[in-house]
Design a protein around this ligand. Structure first.
Ligand code: URA
Length: 239
């Protein structure tokens, strides 16, 4: 069946409709070797559609990617200061990926990228309360009563934090190391929680997102999720 090109391109997850229209206007889309114009329709099963040189693959599967983000990389689509973007690390994966939630520029570790916009949107929603575990290095020695406070809830500008789990607390070289598991995802939450008890964070790494551990995935690298992991993620998003 013939459909408008911008609709086909958006449905394949390559771009938004608006971006697709711009590409068509710029002459970057061809159908059977002929440059397409805005408003043209095509049948992806019957015709060869090239979008900026890449073939449009109708009915292809979504992609789900776990990235170990290095510190200094931004989770935004673009940066006026031209800093490195998370999307630069997955440049060899065709299509338009979205991050599921975000990490601060100076935070390292596990972040999921996908072209499944609906799943990304659902999992990032606070209603789903996805568990995330962070390895924290904070300045000074945190007293036991402050660890208990962080677990029970501390009051930040945007209200009381929900209960958290803290484990593996150790003190070394003037810093406290600990692992904290949250089910919320407020902006800069871990940093603000630790600051509120007087111990600024000097290093932050997300080591687990839901059931996905960063493990020994090297910094700056990614891996595709397995079919089983994708199924579990979808179950989470439908819960
Ligand atoms: N908490 C933070 O403070 N920063 C992050 O990037 C993630 C959680």
């Amino acid at each position: 069946m013939k459909e408008r090109l911008q609709k086909l391109i958006a449905a394949a997850g390559l771009a938004s409709r608006r971006e697709a229209e711009e590409w068509i206007r710029a002459g970057e889309v061809t159908v059977d070797g002929v440059v397409a114009g805005l408003g043209d329709k095509a049948d992806p099963l019957d015709q060869k559609i090239l979008v900026r040189g890449n073939p449009l693959e109708p009915g292809r599967k979504n992609r789900y990617v776990l990235v170990n983000k290095p510190a200094g990389v931004m989770c935004t689509r673009s940066d006026p200061q031209d800093r490195r973007l998370i999307f630069d690390l997955v440049r060899d994966i065709p299509g338009r990926l979205f991050t599921i939630g975000r990490l601060d520029m100076t935070t390292e570790g596990a972040i999921l990228l996908t072209d499944d916009g609906a799943l990304a949107h659902r999992l990032a929603h606070p209603r789903f309360k996805v568990e995330k575990t962070y390895l924290v290095r904070a300045r000074g020695q945190i007293r036991r009563e402050n660890i208990r406070l962080l677990e029970q809830g501390v009051t930040l500008e945007d209200g009381l934090t929900a209960p958290a789990r803290i484990g593996n607390v150790r003190f070394s070289g003037g810093h406290t190391w600990l692992e904290i598991t949250l089910r919320e995802g407020r902006n800069r939450q871990v940093r603000r929680m630790l600051e509120s008890v007087g111990h600024p964070v000097s290093r932050l790494k997300r080591i687990r997102y839901a059931f996905l551990e960063i493990g020994d995935l090297p910094s700056g690298h990614y891996r595709f999720l397995t079919a089983e992991e994708i199924g579990r993620l979808k179950n989470l998003a439908n819960g």
